[in-house]
Design a binder for this molecule. Structure first.
Ligand SMILES: Cc1cc2nc3c(=O)[nH]c(=O)nc-3n(C[C@H](O)[C@H](O)[C@H](O)COP(=O)(O)O)c2cc1C
Length: 232
């Protein structure tokens, strides 16, 4: 019924030369050239081709997530499927395959710690992503130090410059991976990254990025938040 009313209103508006559409909006007319490229041959003409639909959101941080059950050896799992999902409250997500040794540790303890990865930590990060805590003591074998703060019973990694302590709020079963939604309960950072004036110079930490199966050092600074609209 509503649709019919809208249709009649639109027809009346069109005849009166008024804007047509929901809430009086006019149809979008592109200011410049728009390319429509459906079909293999047309795409090719525009220098495009189809790619298997899958995970292609890169670059990402690769992070070392520490996890532990009370009284047991702590473990580290390397994750690339990790992200920020809310500012207030500060919330993050990590996606973990149920087959991982770490999965039960995170699920049962209800806590995890995201540790950011520097160039110095990269080899340990990769190693923790190909070896399992079922067969290894990852902290001991990689010479890493469990660092227990007041924010969590789960230790962070002392050698990482940023430790983000999270409490699991929800577990969402999606498919291959379950997504753990975590609330950030506290953060510890290396004092060496704090300037005298109290500014936190995170980008001096030499963090790494992960892109399509490869690790990268971050390159030169290109701008800062909002620089495109700042007056010189
Ligand atoms: C760069 C990188 C990214 C990874 N990302 C994920 C991820 O997002 N989720 C996941 O379940 N496994 C991921 N893995 C695989 C796990 O880290 C790996 O299976 C690890 O051995 C599991 O350790 P665990 O058995 O001690 O839990 C990643 C591995 C690497 C090297």
């Amino acid at each position: 019924m509503k649709n019919e009313e809208d249709r009649q209103k639109n027809t009346a508006n069109r005849m009166a030369g008024k804007p047509v559409g929901n809430k009086g909006r006019t149809a979008y007319k592109p200011a410049g050239k728009t390319v429509s490229a459906t079909g293999k041959d047309v795409k090719k003409k525009h220098g495009k081709q189809d790619f298997k639909a899958g995970n292609m959101l890169y670059p990402l941080p690769a992070v070392m997530v520490s996890c532990a059950l009370p009284g047991e050896k702590p473990n580290i799992i390397t994750l690339a499927w990790a992200g920020t999902i809310c500012s207030d409250p500060a919330m993050v997500s990590i996606s973990v395959r149920p087959s991982r040794y770490s999965y039960d540790l995170i699920k049962k303890s209800g806590e995890f710690v995201i540790n950011l990865v520097t160039e110095d930590l990269l080899k340990a990060c990769d190693w923790c992503g190909v070896k399992s805590g079922r067969d290894h003591d990852k902290f001991a074998e990689q010479g890493l130090t469990p660092f227990v703060s007041e924010y969590s019973k789960v230790p962070g990694i002392l050698e990482s410059p940023v430790n983000i302590y999270c409490k699991v709020k929800e577990i969402v079963a999606i498919g291959s991976h379950d997504m753990f939604i975590g609330e950030v309960k506290g953060i510890t950072v290396d004092e060496s990254l704090m300037s005298g004036s109290g500014r936190f110079d995170l980008n001096a930490a030499k963090l790494i990025a992960y892109s399509h199966g490869e690790y990268f050092a971050l390159g030169k600074k290109l701008g800062s938040f909002g620089y495109s609209v700042k007056k010189r």
